[in-house]
Every structure is written in structure tokens, then in C-alpha cells.
Design a protein. Structure first.
Length: 369
């Protein structure tokens, strides 16, 4: 028996685990298994995926197919490049203003990551905070704000993993947009033509940690007057086909497997249908159950990260429910310290059965109290 088979059989004997981690997070089972096989032997080469050159003849088709599937699944127009980089979304907080902010940029402040992106931009020019929901602990998405017509771009964070709010459709503004879509990429159709840049860490809906995806409009690059260090210049990576330096080989391979899975499952429209179904199920239980209450404004509730706390009169049961749910196989549901309570992250790979298992757990706990 091989080591992989032995580990797989041991895993089957364990209690079923339901992975609600916010990130790194759940991936489709076949993606994990296909990546594991390639780590042992990539493409029948007798070498591990972890030890091949990123310039190996067998790896270039991996990158090329991943780029092609990105463009196909998101219906990306001509004139855009798809880049696979490192550094996470946090590095993009710096690279975006480095490459696009000439005089003024507008930022919508909807949470921790939006705030961090805005902080970095202030080192490159004037930054206008067009609106913020900080006073309400980021429990809603601001509306009815004005974006300066002379802004180089408007930066938005489409989904807020910590506070559980989400922009579920593209905004209509008169300036180009930049979006951090780390946690909701491929969960709904988007009109890429409205953006000069879409970026994100891949460790939520796409791949293991270590990969950053960037969709960039080619003609928007090279317009600022400042010198940009080579490694931080998007043009470097466009010209180099994401190969200017060694890219994260294993996560790119996993991303390709996820993209294939997404296509086979019906693409982003099907992912949106499933996300809506799963979120509606869990929010309905939160609203029905006497023990729990949601933390986000109902019209802005995230489909990816569902945040809830104990009703105030049952606050003392919080630790008990966490222990109870963990004992039932729920993993990663403890809420972020900024919100408290619980967070169920329901990314694309999360099966409906796991959401139902959490609902059953909540109902069972309610009967005990």
C-alpha cells in the first residue's frame, strides 16, 4: 500500500470534517488529490512538481492553460493580462498605487483590508476616502457617495472576510476601478471592462497560499511619471509572462486544477447559484434560531463569509457552542476577534451538505437550551 493510500484510508476513518476556515480554506477534493499526485510525480516525469524548473517544457502549458481558463471563465476582454505573482494582496496594496496613482485616488473603506490598502496609497499621492462604515464596525457597505471625477481610480474591496459584507454586483462609476477580489473571485460574473486592475490572494477560492492573481488592463500601465522598481512594475510581469522571477509553481498547478473544476461544474454563473443557495440556507437559520443573530446589514450580507454572534441574552453560551460545534466536526467557525462570535466561510468548494451539517448543529444546540 502506498503512503498516499494509507493516509487516505486513515482519513476516511476519522469523523467527517466540515472546513469553514476563512483562508487558507477549502479546496475541491479532486484538486487536492491531483496536486498530491503531481507532487509525487509530475506528468510522468519521475520528478516532483516541487522540484521541477518553472521553465520546464511541461510547466509552461500549465501557466498557459491557467491564463486561458481565467480569461474564459471571467469573460475577460482583449487587452488584459493575467499575472501569477507572489506577495499576496498585501503587496498589491503597494503595487496598485505605484502603477496607477499619479495625482489622486479614491478608496471605499469597507473593512480591515480596504483600510490597509488605503494606508499604502497615501504614500504615493492624494487619497480620498469616499465613504466608510467604520463607525458601525463595518457592518454595512456605504451607498450614496461621490467619487471625484478627477480620481485616477476608485479602489474597492468586494468582499470583507472579517465583517461579512459583500458587493454582489459591479459598481457604476465614472472613473476606472481597481478591486481586491481575494475572497469572492469566481463566485459571480463580473464585468472586467470596468476595471483597470483586479487582484487577490488565491488562498480562498482558487489555490493554496502563496499565489497572487492579478488581472491588469495593459493600456493602463506605464502612465505614471514616477520610477517604479522593476519587480513592482506590472509591465515587467506582463512582458515576462509571470516568469520574471520564479513563480509559486505548486499553487499555480493547484489553481489550474481548480479552474478546470470550475469549468466542469458550470462556471461562475453556477457558482453564484450555489453560493446564493448556501448563504440563504444558513442566514435563514441564523434569523430563525433564538440563540443567534447576524452581524451584517441584511442587504449587504456576504455569501462567502457568514458572520453571526449569540443573541445578547445567550452570550454566555458562546464558548459552549464553539466546543459543541467543533465536536460535531465543524472546523474554523470561530469569528475574527474584530467581530467575535462565529464565521462560516462558504467558498466555492464548500458543499451544501456541510452547510446543512452546521444548520443541524445549530438546531441541535438550540434544543439543549
Amino acid at each position: 500500500m502506498t503512503l498516499m493510500n494509507e493516509l487516505y484510508n486513515q482519513n476516511k476513518l476519522q469523523m467527517k470534517k466540515h472546513n469553514f476556515n476563512a483562508g487558507p480554506s477549502i479546496l475541491p477534493r479532486e484538486v487536492i488529490e491531483d496536486t498530491a499526485k503531481a507532487i509525487l510525480d509530475f506528468n510522468g516525469s519521475g520528478l516532483s512538481l516541487m522540484e521541477i524548473s518553472h521553465r520546464a517544457k511541461d510547466f509552461k502549458p500549465v501557466v498557459d492553460e491557467a491564463v486561458a481558463l481565467f480569461k474564459e471563465l471571467l469573460d475577460i476582454p482583449d487587452g488584459y493580462s493575467v499575472l501569477f505573482l507572489g506577495g499576496g494582496a498585501s503587496l498589491e496594496f503597494c503595487m496598485v498605487p505605484y502603477n496607477f496613482l499619479e495625482k489622486k485616488a479614491a478608496y471605499l473603506n469597507t473593512g480591515t483590508w480596504a483600510k490597509k490598502a488605503m494606508k499604502e496609497a497615501k504614500g504615493f499621492g492624494e487619497v480620498v476616502e469616499v465613504a466608510s462604515s467604520a463607525d458601525a464596525n463595518f457592518s454595512f457597505i456605504p451607498k450614496d457617495y461621490t467619487v471625484p471625477a478627477d480620481a485616477d481610480y476608485l479602489h474597492i474591496t468586494t468582499n470583507n472576510t472579517i465583517f461579512g459584507t459583500e458587493l454582489k454586483s459591479d459598481l457604476n462609476v465614472a472613473v476606472p476601478m481597481v478591486a481586491d477580489m481575494s475572497s469572492d473571485i469566481f463566485s459571480r460574473p463580473i464585468d472586467v471592462s470596468k476595471y483597470i486592475c483586479i487582484y487577490g490572494g488565491a488562498q480562498k477560492n482558487l489555490a493554496p497560499a502563496g499565489l497572487t492573481f492579478v488581472i491588469v488592463k495593459n493600456e493602463a500601465v506605464g502612465k505614471v511619471s514616477r520610477y517604479i522598481p522593476t519587480m513592482l512594475n506590472y509591465q515587467t510581469h506582463i512582458d515576462g509572462g509571470s516568469m520574471f522571477n520564479t513563480p509559486p509553481v505548486v499553487p499555480i498547478y493547484s489553481a489550474l486544477q481548480t479552474l478546470r473544476w470550475l469549468k466542469a461544474q458550470g462556471g461562475v454563473k453556477e457558482m453564484e447559484r450555489r453560493a446564493t443557495e448556501k448563504a440563504d440556507m444558513l442566514y435563514a437559520e441564523i434569523d430563525r434560531n433564538k440563540l443567534f443573530v447576524g452581524t451584517a446589514a441584511k442587504e449587504d450580507r456576504s455569501r462567502m463569509n457568514i458572520c453571526f454572534v449569540m443573541n445578547p441574552e445567550y452570550k454566555e453560551l458562546e464558548a459552549e457552542f464553539l466546543e459543541f460545534a467543533t465536536g460535531k466536526g465543524m472546523v474554523g467557525i470561530k469569528g475574527h476577534r474584530s467581530v467575535g462570535g462565529f464565521r462560516a466561510s462558504c467558498y466555492n468548494a464548500m458543499p451544501k451538505e456541510s452547510v446543512q451539517a452546521l444548520i443541524d448543529c445549530m438546531q441541535e444546540f438550540e434544543k439543549l437550551h
